[in-house]
Design a protein around this ligand. Structure first.
Ligand code: SAM
Length: 299
């Protein structure tokens, strides 16, 4: 929560490389009276950032860091889609999925679309993104946002991802999936009921299994903004088990300071994020990859 003793999380600004470059955005903010301190060398530099100063993040490229409470919602670069106001933790899934140019990618629970636009930037608007969401209002916001960000390579559908047919030839070349389903928001201070947590975890397991059933999928990033192991490590463990040896956890970002809870062997391959440990919102990411040696696996 954001209580009085809670650490103040910096404001992160992702440079939209579909429209501009880091150097140009840095110059813009310098002209606005900010002083640029270069690339951060430590978390301490992020923690102590104050006044009209900014840094380049130490973990993620194309991410600028400003002091907490900085508000750029009226900024010209935000209005024109040159910068995206996105928490650092929420930049992890697309960065770690890291689809190669011209790939076909599914963003299964996509609205309002910050991760979709990040994927498009990584793909340089080449290839194809199939994005789904249930919520019409969030999809409308997403459309506006993607237009503003100059994203062209996407197909947006209002559809329950669980009803998207993996055997449809349209998706036969989908090799990457980003799955960021609804979860209990970590920012909410109150504890969720056991029923709510169970219902969400059930949905998350179902939707992760469904995603892994797309025939060509090679790599998947699963993320939530929840701190509850029921929605995170437990979901990943249950689905990996159900899949036998078809998929494995990838040990991503070894230098990231905060790992998955050690609830099963390999859980340390997952990443966690929190205001105290990583100066971000609470978050969880796991990257799964299809095992290359399928020969021994009876299917
Ligand atoms: N990835 C988004 C982003 O970065 O902007 C945030 C996604 S939010 C955590 C989860 C989304 O999943 C919500 O917009 C919700 O409407 C959508 N959702 C929930 N159930 C779904 C389903 N069965 N199929 C598709 N989308 C669903």
């Amino acid at each position: 929560g954001a209580g009085p003793g809670a650490p103040r999380v910096p404001r992160y600004v992702r440079v939209n490389t579909l429209k501009t470059r880091v150097d140009d955005v840095v110059d813009f903010f310098k002209r606005q009276g900010y002083s640029f301190l270069g690339k951060a060398g430590s978390m301490e530099e992020l923690r102590t950032l104050s006044g009209k100063k900014f840094l380049l993040d130490l973990h993620l490229p194309e991410l600028l860091v400003f002091p907490p409470q900085t508000d750029f919602h009226d900024n010209r670069l935000y209005m024109s889609g040159h910068i995206i106001l996105q928490d650092k933790a929420s930049c992890l899934p697309a960065f770690l999925l890291s689809p190669v140019a011209s790939s076909h990618v599914i963003d299964a629970c996509a609205a309002p679309g910050n991760k979709t636009s990040h994927l498009a930037a990584i793909l340089k608007n080449k290839g194809q993104i199939f994005a789904f969401d249930l919520d019409a209002k969030r999809l409308a916001t997403m459309n506006t946002m993607l237009m503003r960000a100059g994203v062209t390579s996407f197909k947006l559908a209002q559809q329950d991802f669980l009803t998207v047919d993996p055997q449809d030839p349209k998706y036969s070349k989908v090799t990457y999936i980003l799955l960021d389903p609804s979860s209990i928001p970590s920012a909410k201070g109150t504890a969720p009921s056991a029923e709510r947590l169970q219902a969400l975890a059930g949905f998350q397991r179902k939707v992760l299994s469904h995603a892994l059933s797309f025939p060509a999928v090679q790599r998947l990033a699963y993320s939530t903004c929840s701190v509850h192991r029921e929605e995170n490590e437990d979901v990943v463990q249950a689905v990996l088990q159900e899949q036998g040896s078809a998929f494995r956890l990838v040990n991503v970002f070894p230098s990231w300071p905060c790992r998955g809870l050690a609830t099963f062997p390999g859980a340390e391959c997952c990443l966690r994020a929190s205001p105290t440990a990583t100066l971000t919102q609470g978050f969880f990411v796991a990257v799964l990859e299809r095992c290359r040696d399928q020969d021994a696996v009876p299917r």
